[in-house]
Structures are given as C-alpha cells and as structure tokens.
Design a protein around this ligand. Structure first.
Ligand code: URA
Length: 184
C-alpha cells in the first residue's frame, strides 16, 4: 500500500473525536499528490459530508471561481481541511477536535511537500500560521515557515455572506498568482 493510501485508510477509519459519530463521510482531501499548492479550509459542511469531497457546496463553487481567476484549478491544487468530519450545524471545530485531527493534515503536508499553503478563513489561519492570527488585518500577507510560504484568504463562505470583502480578496488572489510565478 502506498503511503497516501495508508494515510487515507487511517483517516477513513478514525474515531478520534466525537465528530465521527454523526458523519456520513470522512472528507479526506482531493487533488494531485504532486500539487505545489495546498488550500486548507476549516472543516466539511453538509454537502461535503454527503459527497466525501472538500468544498463542493456553495462556498466550493466560489472557491473554484477564485482559483480560475488566477489560472488555478482542482487539477493543480490540493484541497483539504483542518478537521475531516463535519461539525454539527457547521459550528467551528473545537480545539480538542482540531487536536485529534491535525496529524492527518500534517501527514498530508509531509507527503505533498507543498511550496505554498493558503489558509481559507480564520480557523485555518490560526491553526496553520499563528494562534493569534487576525484575518481582517492580515489576510493576503505572506509568512515563510521552514521554506514553505503561507498566506490566508477570507473564507469563501464569508465572501458569500459579505460581498464587500471581495475586492480585498481579488488583490490577495493577484498576490497569490505572483507568488506562484515566483516560487514554481
Ligand atoms: N468549508 C470548509 O472550510 N471546508 C469545506 O470543505 C467546505 C466548506
């Protein structure tokens, strides 16, 4: 079995926190295993839970549009979440649920070796960049940790709720495109 397959099997059979009880599917992540860019959301919603794939609901459609603006798509990005099972009523994943799940993401990162990690929203940014990350102030800025470039964008669901954030996200996407050109 390949390391990816082993990781997937470990993840699909996980019962490490309460979220396993109500799940329809574990949402492991999708994308080519040689992708140089990783997008990280917070956790599956209703559609993702039903289909077993990240970002397939309304927020996912907006994410696809955001990617296409800068000539990226699901064929050249890996997409995953901090927690792999749906939190009820789409609440934020609790710290203990994140703690129980985060090793799966770390193992995905170790196998993928991405050059760029884009956090989608506050929860992912606080977990992946800095505990006290302020998304309103810091979105679109870049940090290099151990040779990997990290940034955060507003979560697509936040952009659906508040269209006034879209121009800032457009600038952030242009900055991401520039970083992709520099790094790849
Ligand atoms: N929101 C997320 O953070 N992740 C998904 O996979 C879907 C919606």
């Amino acid at each position: 079995m390949s390391l990816w397959e082993e990781l997937r099997q470990d993840c699909l059979s996980c019962q490490g926190c309460e979220l396993c009880k109500a799940r329809t599917n574990v949402v492991f992540g999708v994308g080519p295993t040689d992708a140089k860019i990783l997008f990280v959301g917070e956790g599956p919603g209703a559609q993702e839970d039903l289909q077993g794939e990240p970002f397939v609901g309304a927020a996912g459609k907006l994410l696809d549009d955001m990617l296409s603006i800068i000539d990226l798509g699901r064929d050249n990005c890996y997409i995953a979440n901090i927690v792999k099972c749906r939190p009820p009523q789409n609440r934020d994943p609790k710290p203990e649920e994140q703690d129980a799940c985060i090793d799966f993401l770390y193992r995905q990162i170790a196998l993928l070796e991405p050059k760029i990690i884009v956090c989608l929203g506050r929860i992912a940014a606080m977990r992946m960049i800095r505990e006290d990350y302020r998304i309103t102030r810091e979105h679109g800025t870049w940090v290099n940790k151990d040779g990997v470039w990290y940034t955060a964008l507003y979560h697509p669901a936040a952009l659906l709720r508040d269209a006034s954030k879209r121009p800032e996200t457009f600038s952030d996407l242009l900055s991401l495109r520039k970083k992709v050109q520099e790094v790849f």
